[in-house]
Design a protein around this ligand. Structure first.
Ligand SMILES: *Cc1c(COP(=O)(O)O)cnc(C)c1O
Length: 383
């Protein structure tokens, strides 16, 4: 394997990635810290207090000695907030998706997955060995067409997926997976239609609310709302609007017990550090309460300013997708903006489809009017 040659190839394609530290005074317009909670004094205090009481690390996976009442409390609080029977913490959204999907699906399962689903969902599907069918982005007609004529999985003997309801025709189960707010597009999945199709075709619906919790729904519970029906599983992360780290999956009590026994990313990894959980608990308190309401108001007001001033015809979420097309051109524009202290990372394949490279702009509740207008002025110059 010639590493240098491979890297050169990436450079020639405009696909080379490298790490950056932002210069001081740069306005960050691509973070997922939508409510700016990562720097909130109460969230920082939550991390500090938890560290003082429980230490810097948890010391082991949860099933060994890495469980403590802080985790159980956070799970209880998430369940209360979402009005679900149970929640299970994962170390990150990525861990959740690569753990839960293979626990639910096996060789005898068919997964229907939106073409724009996140890499962690794609990896989860691959690890599961299920037959995965990709439907066109948010295209419910296409999804139903595919659901009507599902392919036959190989029916491997001994395969098991208890939580995916059995179907006629010998197919063991159907799982539909979607993001709630699409991370790179910023548009919304038609959740009502997806729920209906899941009912109609006896499927389990798995909704990744990574970019919805904290910002959408009553008390910021996400777009699915409280107490979703039994055939819906929902996942969210603490890494984005919560300004912390970690993730959770919500469902029934028996599902939680099942995942504790079957989800390998849960079983075989050291559990979350107390600091992350202390921070997440403080963030959850804010998100549920009055302050969360105010932050959401500020967020949506900033979103509408950017949408209107730039004439983008988006604004369904704080994520704006400014399509450029060519990867090299996208990166050149990102560099150019950075010279004017505006940071918007360019997004290229394989994160997005070939030819759809873009500037993915995100707005936060704490962007000031001055920052927003600096962004708008500089974007207008180059677009
Ligand atoms: C960011 C993201 C994840 C991963 O979550 P982390 O907590 O950052 O690992 C999963 N799904 C979607 C849709 C995401 O955008």
């Amino acid at each position: 394997m010639n590493f240098k040659k491979q890297l050169l190839q990436l450079q020639n394609q405009g696909a080379y990635r490298s790490l950056k530290i932002l210069p001081q005074g740069t306005f960050n317009f691509c973070s997922n810290d939508y409510l700016a909670l990562s720097h909130h004094s109460k969230v920082i205090e939550g991390a500090l207090q938890a560290t003082k009481k429980y230490g810097a690390g948890s010391g082991a996976a949860r099933l060994i000695s890495g469980n403590n009442d802080l985790m159980e409390r956070l799970e209880y609080e998430v369940s209360q907030w979402k009005q679900v029977e149970s929640s299970l913490l994962f170390n990150s959204g990525y861990h959740a998706n690569i753990g839960v999907i293979p626990a639910l699906a096996d060789e005898n399962t068919i997964i229907f997955s939106d073409e724009f689903n996140h890499a962690s969902i794609i990896d989860g599907c691959r690890l599961s060995k299920a037959k995965t069918v990709i439907y066109r982005h948010n295209d419910m007609g296409h999804l139903e067409e595919l659901l009507k004529n599902p392919p036959h999985p190989p029916f491997v003997k001994g395969g098991d997926s208890h939580f995916v309801p059995p179907l006629k025709k010998g197919v063991r189960g159907i799982l539909i997976i979607t993001e709630s707010v699409f991370s790179m597009e910023g548009d919304l999945a038609p959740l009502e239609d997806l729920k209906e199709l899941a009912e109609k075709y006896d499927a389990l619906l798995y909704v990744d609310e990574a970019h919805a919790v904290g910002m959408f729904g009553e008390n910021g519970v996400g777009r699915l709302g409280k107490n979703p029906s039994e055939n819906i599983l929902t996942m969210g992360t603490f890494g984005k609007a919560f300004g912390s780290y970690g993730a959770f999956v919500c469902g029934s009590d028996v599902l939680k017990k099942y995942l504790i026994n079957k989800a390998r990313s849960f079983i075989f990894s050291t559990s979350l550090p107390p600091s992350a959980m202390g921070a997440s608990r403080a963030a959850l308190k804010i998100i549920q309460g009055r302050e969360g309401e105010n932050l959401r108001e500020e967020l949506w007001s900033n979103v509408s300013v950017v949408n209107k001033e730039l004439g983008l015809d988006q604004g369904e979420s704080p994520i704006f997708s400014i399509k450029i097309g060519d990867a090299k051109k996208t990166m050149a524009l990102s560099e150019r903006l950075l010279k004017d202290k505006i940071y918007i990372q360019g997004i290229r394949p394989p994160t997005v489809p070939e030819g759809s490279s873009r500037l993915r702009l995100t707005v936060s509740a704490r962007h000031t009017v001055k920052e927003l207008f600096c962004l708008i002025k500089n974007l207008e110059k180059i677009l």
